[in-house]
Design a protein. Structure first.
Length: 276
């Protein structure tokens, strides 16, 4: 890796390398733990819960401050969406959706930090590889989507009972005929798998692409003066302009992906409440 340090390939490979327990030997390797993903996702979850608790404990019936206004608008938005989508008890579901939105938003927002800053700070502590964006790691996004799947199964069992939930797997969507039961069951299993995979892959793909674009913009400055003084100056100006434009646009992506994750969580849990 040292020989690649000054090349664009070496730069990209270095920033795409996780601080992992062992080197990954294959595309799917369950023996690998990405310590950076675990650390930042848990840290950001704690920060998210602290912010929500702070907003709840400091709520006042008088004139609210800016922070309370922002939180109240967010809570009202989540409550309205959950009321329209989930037809049942929302005592636990609405807070889960709110937590998902805040958590995913803050995780995505790590991508707005300059790409070299956190790895540079980590270097002082002897950490040579650091990839701080949790949602650019498929393990994290699939973990969230599998959690949503488990919630869907839980609410399906809670609302319909074991017999009703099992029946819904075999009688929908083609009808209650014993010749159609295998096809209904297979289609429902495929639906659950497709929902889970697409939910995780959607967030991962968007954030991974955004992260790569920040890396490419950063490379413009690193190799600027290899084009000469005039070319280097123009390259740095282009880097600043492109970085600022993408940074501003990326704020929309950060919020949009968190909103989509929250909405699909509500939609899937709402479908678990509906009887076929």
């Amino acid at each position: 890796m040292a020989s690649d340090a000054l090349t664009s390939t070496g730069y990209m490979l270095h920033h795409l390398q996780h601080n992992a327990s062992v080197m990954k030997q294959s595309i799917v390797d369950f023996s690998v733990l990405n310590y950076d993903t675990i650390f930042f996702s848990i840290l950001i979850l704690i920060v998210s819960l602290w912010l929500l608790r702070k907003a709840a404990s400091h709520a006042t019936s008088g004139v609210p401050g800016k922070f309370q206004c922002a939180v109240e608008m967010l809570v009202d938005m989540v409550e309205e969406q959950s009321k329209a989508i989930v037809h049942g008890d929302r005592t636990f579901i609405a807070p889960v959706a709110l937590t998902v939105f805040v958590w995913v938003t803050l995780m995505n927002a790590v991508d707005l930090i300059p790409v070299d800053l956190l790895p540079w700070i980590a270097g002082f502590f002897g950490i040579h590889y650091l990839r701080p964006l949790p949602t650019a790691d498929l393990n994290a996004t699939m973990g969230i989507s599998i959690s949503v799947l488990l919630l869907c199964i839980y609410y399906g069992l809670k609302v319909k009972g074991f017999g009703g939930f099992t029946r819904s797997l075999f009688v929908a969507p083609f009808g209650n005929h014993f010749l159609l039961w295998p096809f209904n069951f297979a289609l429902n299993i495929i639906e659950y798998v497709a929902k889970t995979v697409s939910l995780g892959m959607r967030l991962f793909g968007n954030m991974y692409a955004g992260e790569l674009l920040f890396f490419l913009i950063a490379l413009l400055g690193g190799f600027a003066f290899s084009f000469g003084f005039l070319g280097g100056s123009l390259s740095i100006i282009g880097q600043v302009f492109a970085g600022l434009c993408w940074w501003i646009f990326h704020i929309l992506i950060v919020l949009l992906q968190a909103f989509i994750m929250m909405m699909l969580t509500l939609v899937y849990i709402g479908q678990a409440h509906d009887d076929h």
